[in-house]
Design a protein around this ligand. Structure first.
Ligand code: NAP
Length: 211
């Protein structure tokens, strides 16, 4: 399976590292193709790097790993990836980095789906920090939870596998509009982390098993 990773920052690097270890083929995209090539070389012999457009064309699955403020520009460069699964981990943070630009009536994921009408957008990984991906999903022998949502069942199955392949517990949160609840969860995470707990913390959904 080929993954195009749009971005070369913290989340792009950590998810790329884990997926490369699991055997996925990667192509990083950047405003500076050389930066993407250097990151690719540092991660895996088979990984490659180039422009955003090239990375989007390469991937069967595309990860959006850039800030919300850059979304319209980058997605316009990449055209409309027909039938591809697009993973949106973007948190549309306000200028203070602790609040959101969207509330109850839309979400970054839904706005991205409007920009990419032929793609299957799945919200995922937005509630997990790059530090937890780096240090590992297990906390006290339990995997932390990776919540995801989307409107296409096949795309969600692909993303659930990408989640479990790197050791997180996938939890299906239903339709894409439930990103309106996942994005505030990430905002809560950031506020808790900034209060002193740091970002090596994670959400866990607990379920009591019936006797
Ligand atoms: N870090 C986390 O723990 C975390 C967790 C969950 C979700 N996220 C989300 O993941 C996305 C990326 O976060 P990150 O922490 O990886 O950020 P980051 O380390 O700052 O990297 C952001 C990347 O976006 C690209 N980019 C493109 N246009 C940009 C612009 N106009 N301004 C700044 N960067 C631009 C840059 O790549 P090029 O310079 O190569 O183009 C840069 O490497 C964000 O939407 C964030 O909300 C992050």
């Amino acid at each position: 399976m080929k993954i195009g990773i749009l971005g070369t920052g913290r989340i792009a690097k950590q998810l790329g590292q884990r997926w490369a270890e699991t055997g996925y083929h990667l192509y990083f995209g950047s405003r500076t193709p050389q930066k993407a090539q250097e990151l690719a070389i540092s991660i895996s012999q088979s990984a490659r790097g180039g422009s955003y457009e090239e990375a989007a064309a390469y991937g069967d699955i595309i990860l959006l790993a850039f800030p919300w403020s850059a979304a319209k520009d980058i997605l316009t460069q990449c055209g409309n990836p027909e039938g591809k699964t697009v993973i949106d981990c973007i948190n549309p943070l306000g200028d203070d980095w602790k609040s959101l630009s969207f509330g109850f009536t839309s979400s970054a994921a839904e706005e991205i789906a409007k920009l990419l009408p032929s793609a299957h957008v799945v919200k995922a990984f937005n509630t997990i920090s790059d530090k937890v991906i780096k240090n590992g999903p297990q906390f006290n022998a339990q995997p932390s939870t990776a919540f995801y949502c989307g409107d296409d069942e096949d795309a969600k199955k692909q993303v659930a596998k990408l989640i479990s392949d790197i050791g997180f517990e996938p939890i299906d949160c239903g339709e894409l509009k439930n990103a309106r609840y996942l994005e505030p969860m990430a905002c809560l995470f950031i506020n808790i982390a900034c209060q002193g707990l740091g970002s090596d913390i994670a959400f866990k959904l607990l379920q009591r098993q019936n006797d």
